[in-house]
Design a protein around this ligand. Sequence first.
Ligand code: MG
Length: 381
Amino acid sequence: MSNIENITILGSTGSIGTQTLDVCRMHGIKPTVLCAAHSTELLEKQAREFKPATVCIYDESCYGDMKQRLADTDIKILCGMEGLCEAASIKTDAVVNSVVGMVGLKPTLAALDAGNKVALANKETLVTGGELVMKKAAENNLPILPIDSEHSAIFQSLMASGGSKIERILLTASGGPFFGYDTERLKTVTKEQALKHPNWDMGQKITTDSATLMNKGLELIEAVWLFSVKPCQVEINVHRQSILHSAVEFEDGSVIGQLGVPDMRIPIQFALTYPKRLPSAAKRLSLFDIGTLTFEKADENTFLCLKYARRALDMGGTACTVLNSANEAAVGAFLADRIPFYRIGELVACACENVKAHNSVTLDNILDSEQAAKEYVLAKV
Ligand code: MG
């Protein structure tokens, strides 16, 4: 049995959300609150299967449809950002935050305010509000349990530390579909190529971010907040096989890492059952079949998003929000066929150079920088 009974899932119809529900089915965990952005049909299906007490649909224009779909049930229906924060505040054993984008920040803060433990898959929560979120979690004595495979691997590696100091984090990256490309070749890639990830099956936004290496940039920023390390202590290793999910080097030179097949259900389940390990349906790792594990440096001069992620971290304040928001706007334009792939990195770089960040990190300043970077990029696409 799992040590948790009830959970709330913010983003239950996405890739992480549906895999979290797989884990729920397997271990008899009850999702009592389910939230989706706009997929009313799938949310209805999930609500009928799991019978949560509450559902929330973020897109307010879908509220009427959702109400109609669940009219024969007594499920409470919330909507909008207010609804999402209310959903996150309902007392539960864990709030899984797997929404896409900066939308995830306020509900994370609301969950922590309500005394709920957060299992975090939403990158933007820490990228934009790392300072606020980690402070609030510490004040309320609540853990932030990482769901992302790399941070889960680091978290699991740290369980072997006995409290000793981290010397270095080895953050692994698949390198995405365009590893080894130079700037010129990057200009020729198509949307279809960008949306085909070699190892992981994920949503469109994160798949694009993996292709630009922004995903690794965001994970670098998250790692700095989650594990209280300096940016220079995080070394990015391109590891094409996605078998070593990240590792930690300690003071004595020992490197401890976590390996496994690339299957998100492993880190999702561990975030929910920590510190216990329960059986999983994931395939078993055969190192004989894999044969070779390779490690290479990432090319930050070609993959501008990664270069500027480091730069934003060094700048501090709301610079990481500028980076992230510019990226969200650029990726949105790319997915809407308004710009080619290589322009994402250029636009992020331009926004980071030209949009002024705030020095102090408050929710208002974060939202202001988000807006400023978004407007800057949208004016250029
Ligand atoms: Mg990851």
